[in-house]
Design a protein around this ligand. Sequence first.
Ligand code: UT7
Length: 336
Amino acid sequence: MAKITAAITGVGGYLPEYILDNNELSRMVDTSDEWIMSRIGIKSRHILKGEGVGTSFMGVKAVNDLLEKCDVDPMTVDLVICGTVTPDMFFPSTANLIAHKCGMKKAFAFDLSAACSGFLFGLVTGSKYIETGAARRVVVIGADKNSSIVDYTDRSVSPIFGDGAGAVLLEPSTDGSGVLDADLHSDADGGVHLCIKAGGSAYPATEETVRNRWHYIHQEGQAVFKAAVSNMSDVSLNIMQRNGLTPENITYLVPHQANMRIIAATAQRIGLPVEKCMINIEKFGNTTAATLPLCLWDYESRMKKGDNLILAAFGGGYTWGAAYVRWAYDGGDFSR
Ligand code: UT7
């Protein structure tokens, strides 16, 4: 019997309307378009505005986009996983809120906390439910409202992040497409370099935690930069070696969008021309768990059935990994 794999059979996405460009940011902190473009490669990022509007708002939009495009009845979805570090609240989970609002009433739903690797970890987790036959339709979401955790007085962090959500549908396949391999890692040794100190059970919110700005992202940029390049390239090389992938037969590297220089250095280390990388960092910035699905969403119309993709991510924790995905359909063909 042919092996059952989890194919990505559709992609949805959403970016909030408001665009914060480098010129506006330069009026908020001591920075410039020139510095941000040369050191990070970001021109603008989308920001979710509105009182009481959280990550689930964007997740709902992305999932509705996905289900409409694929003409899938929400009641047939078995499982919803949402990678996020900016949940609407501690509980109910954001996945649960999205499932409810999108009418996925028969699904069980949970959040997955792995920072920028959240979607990748969720994709691999969801694929196991498909491979074992425990689920036939899984929705995996990556969504973050980073503007809720960015200190807009900190010039080393504020240019990097933006808000957004992306989602994919996983369904069983026997034609050799889907999530074919993965190499995932975490190491809390790196946790101190990229974290939010307060707001959890160790340091619940107090006047002092707010005064100390402990509810915002703390990032030691250079340490994170080095770890991102070496770890993303190592896991990508491992995936290439294990699966007979070469720079020639890889169609796209789908890298986490944190810094254009990180993407270029990773591509160089694995011997891939940067033209084979999905890149949208310039217009969306780093949307944490949403970068990978938003790349797939952005490039969907260009992809062909059988394309070989390596998805690679690195983020807070540290967490990192890569997955080999063989694309399951041509461009925007939703008649399948
Ligand atoms: O997805 C989450 C993972 N996060 C990442 O992957 C981020 C990885 N790190 C980076 O992308 C980079 O380290 C940053 C973009 C955060 C910083 O770039 P850098 O080239 O490593 O700069 P740096 O921290 O070494 O700072 C160089 C200089 C400093 O000034 P001095 O001390 O040399 O006078 C900074 O104060 O650049 C200054 N600087 C800025 N100048 C203008 C830092 N941020 C800014 C800014 N505008 N926004």
